[in-house]
Design a protein around this ligand. Sequence first.
Ligand SMILES: [Zn+2]
Length: 178
Amino acid sequence: MAREDWGLDLMQRHRRLFTINADEPFRSFGYPFCGRGWRDLVDRLCGRIEGVLRDGETFEFVQIKQKIGVLRAVWDGDASEDTETKIGHAVNLAVARSACTCEICGREGRLFNNRGWLETRCAEDAVGETVPPRYGAGFENVRRFRRWRGHADMYFATYDRETDTLTEVLPPSPKQEG
Ligand SMILES: [Zn+2]
């Protein structure tokens, strides 16, 4: 069967980041279990990580998947604190982008509730109802991020899809009622 496997293709283009199971590629650690609409943002994530890894540093994806509507990327490796910080930022950028990118087609999207399944979709591919932004109107692209891998330190940032950048913001205050 000549069915295209974009996940395998992506892993092959970023060989330093994956250990590919040749017999059953989808069983490889890090094989992307998400829709094709996120291919570009995962590809960009891989490129960024390759760009910051130095000689002697190791990196391997353990898991890449869609979870509760957004990208989840787990990795393992041995790198300097500086490199790990940059990798963490690249992952945060990809997660933020997934939260506003249709997992089916890659166009701009938002979170929908499809009978209990949370999915990021454009209006055309969406099934179900829109989910209100967690932090209320005006905070659509604000998320909470982990600053360093394995550390509890969290921060809030707003994501700009046009420029693909995160800008740290103050924690959103509880919604004012009335
Ligand atoms: Zn779509």
